[in-house]
Ligand binder design. Structure first.
Ligand SMILES: O=C1CC[C@@H](CCC(=O)N2CCC(COc3ccc(F)cc3Cl)CC2)N1
Length: 304
């Protein structure tokens, strides 16, 4: 039954959207937003782009580090994820994630027209970030990628499986390709536990139709790399079983950016921002240092 007053309805967790921070995307779906605001006048903006099956509230720790630098941090849950509308971990076209990302960037730009903006993406969110940066390079001062999805993982996407997925997509699009193993997300057992028990995380299997969209994404990303010129900070773990480290190495070798850095974490798993304390503190330190250096370079007002 459509709500009488056309109110934007309830979130997947039955919260009233009128009480949540949100925007309505081009398909009329409610997109849950999150903002981390510094007390003073912000000196820069960071857009955080989450990965497949997870949600933006998992980025509180990273956001707090950035707020400490007087940076305004913003994020949202992609359609089909977390507190946003849409069938769980399904998207009709990967470009929808990029379109919705640009809509949020434009909304925040209206409030802070002159601040340098960085984008920080993890995993599938890294692919979205690369495609956003390629669509509107002038919008961003730099891109930070934590274990980005650039190349499909060689086990989950052998050429036979890719071929099979494309055929299956027309026959059994909702067939499950299997779940993300929580133990492959991190070596940090608390983080594995919090991921595995997080009600806002999608724990179901990855559908064939979603896998095909991810394959589309990696193809678009590879085409985008030769045109990527923005300052780049890449992180990848050598023990990452979810996104192939060779994707980050390919990006590092291919992008024409003059300012590009790849930090490799030996034995690091996938979510380096939620890894063992020494890894995650190093990642946060590097992010902080890298952004501050580039803010000084652009002459952005020093933090008071
Ligand atoms: O903290 C966290 C919790 C979750 C995780 C992020 C997860 C994420 O975004 N991934 C990892 C899995 C990866 C699978 O890839 C494919 C699968 C089938 C296929 F047919 C083609 C591809 Cl490419 C896509 C990207 N990080």
């Amino acid at each position: 039954m459509m709500p009488e007053d056309g109110s934007p309805g309830l979130s997947p967790q039955d919260a009233a959207y009128k009480d949540l921070q949100r925007y309505t995307n081009a398909d009329g779906q409610q997109i849950y937003c999150k903002y981390w605001k510094p007390t003073g006048q912000p000196r820069a903006l960071v857009f955080v782009v989450h990965g497949a099956g997870e949600h933006c509230c998992r980025y509180d720790d990273l956001a707090q580090v950035l707020v400490g630098l007087n940076i305004f941090v913003f994020a949202h849950d992609h359609v089909g994820h977390g507190q946003s509308e849409g069938e769980r971990m399904i998207v009709s076209d990967f470009q929808i994630y990029v379109r919705d990302g640009m809509q949020h960037v434009d909304l925040v730009r209206k409030v802070f027209p002159d601040l340098p903006m960085f984008i920080c993406g993890h995993s599938m969110g890294g692919a979205i970030s690369i495609l956003m940066a390629n669509e509107r390079p002038a919008e961003f001062s730099g891109v930070i990628l934590i274990s980005p999805l650039v190349l499909p993982n060689p086990e989950s996407a052998t050429s036979f499986k890719v071929f099979a997925a494309k055929i299956l997509n027309h026959l059994l699009p909702n067939l499950s390709l299997g779940c993300i193993d929580p133990n492959s997300v991190s070596r940090n057992k608390q983080e594995v536990e919090s991921y595995a028990t997080d009600p806002l995380v999608y724990h179901g299997g990855m559908k064939v139709c979603f896998g095909v969209q991810l394959l589309n994404a990696t193809a678009l990303v590879e085409k985008a790399l030769p045109h990527f010129k923005l300052p780049l900070l890449l992180f990848h773990g050598t023990a990452d079983k979810l996104c192939d480290i060779r994707g980050s190495q390919l990006m590092m070798d291919t992008v024409p950016s003059e300012d590009k850095t790849l930090k490799i974490y030996d034995k690091g798993f996938h979510a380096l921002h939620k890894e063992l304390p020494e890894v995650t503190s190093s990642v946060f330190q590097e992010v902080e240092r890298w952004i501050l250096q580039r803010l000084e370079a652009t002459g952005a007002a020093p933090s008071n």
